[in-house]
Design a protein around this ligand. Sequence first.
Ligand code: URA
Length: 297
Amino acid sequence: MGIYFRQQTEMAMPDVVIDGTLIPLLLKRPSTDAPRSDRSSRRLPLKGNAAASASASNTPSSIDGKNRLSSLRPIGQLAASAVKMRESTAEPAGTTEGDGASLTEKRAALKELLIKGCNRCPLAQHRRKFVFGAGNAGAPVVVIGEAPGREEDEQGLPFVGAAGQLLTSMLAAINLNRSDDVFITNVLKCRPPGNRNPETAEITACLPLLKRQIEIIGPRALLLLGRIAANAMFDTGDSVGKLRGKTLDYHGIPAMVIYHPAALLRNAAYKRPAWEDLQQFQKLLSTLGVYGSLRKK
Ligand code: URA
């Protein structure tokens, strides 16, 4: 008996029926990590060799290292350099992203990362589903939340509960469609018991997988939801209040921090600043030539 793998569709991959024997591996607790000898450190492997990405979730990201909070640059400057980088590639816009991988190659690399799963911290023992992320593998925007909640853990998909519905509306307000224009994921791929805050060790264990996802997708911009995502990506303890409204530089990818939709649900006072920040993010995207598929013609 096979199972229809919904996450495939969410990642804009062809529908797939997976053999029943693989189900525990794929949806529950993927088997233990590959032995060290398999963990060759490879960069984006996408040129016709998606198999090379199989060890990626264990591979220290090639974009690890100090992030550059210290190198905050004005939005225009950062956007201009990103545009320049894009112009200098020979590939026509829309067919490839990142460092030249095709959409098919990105999908294959993400799929392999998904299938590999993760067992690197004890949260894997308690989860119902591994919540890898969902959306377009070639999306111009990667949206990063904190960790799956109860509904996400049940469905194996990110942001499907109340905060997820609000996130969908927030993205739509700036013309971004959740399936086409973004890839949504979290710092942690497994639900912390009782939705407690992620622990530092869990974030450390999970971060290479997130960084690898970003490396594969090669987005034009990152949208970081809340303190946990911002702190993890920029190795800082600063609050959202301090980080919001700035364009940060994540290894050359412009990134903005906004209040987490769950915070907006708890405290209406965050709604106005969140809306201002979203508008600023939209401005950044338009500077980069990204307009979102919901834009009215
Ligand atoms: N909150 C998050 O940060 N991520 C989810 O997937 C759902 C709620």
